[in-house]
Design a protein around this ligand. Sequence first.
Ligand code: GLU
Length: 217
Amino acid sequence: MCGIVGYIGDDQAAPILLKGLEKLEYRGYDSAGVAVYDGTSLQVVKAKGRLKVLSDMINGGKDVPGTVGIGHTRWATHGKPSDINSHPQVSDSGKFAVVHNGIIENYLALKDLLMKKGKMFVSETDTEVIAQLLEYYYKGDILEAVIKVINKVEGSYALGIICADDPSQIIAVRKDSPLIVGLGKGENFIASDITAILNKTRDIYRLNDNEIVVLKR
Ligand code: GLU
């Protein structure tokens, strides 16, 4: 399994993401990471090992500024546990960051296709094709790109996506992997499980398969 947390609001995102991921530790994981929009670009920090390794790197999240972000604890299915294979996975330009729970069954064919189009892959994960595909399809409309990607990938997924071009939103979608939305006041959340956000809200919406969420403050 793995854990996903996302936050958008007015508070600093990284400490909230780490706290949420802590609550998902019971699901088991081999590495962890966060991506936060810092006002200019996406800051991505990730590390193999316990959540504490990541947390110590960024001073409990305090060293990463920004109020919108996504976090992940990974249970490797494609590619060994390593810093590079940890999530979030990012697109070539660093514009898109993605956290993923599940397995993309046709990732090799998609990876092949994207490499022929000149995309450079750095990880061994199936998830990286999602980040790269998003950028490949992106022509200024993030939601449109997400829809094109989910029509292309086969398998199971819960996804949290942020794009540096529009940090006023997190996009989330799921198929055969769990994902919920937590509704707050002036802040909203996504998570694999309610335990990750119970200290913040009890107003929960459970996503259906293939339902897409555009999460704003
Ligand atoms: N298949 C993805 C990977 O190996 C996601 C695994 C997970 O759900 O943590 O990176």
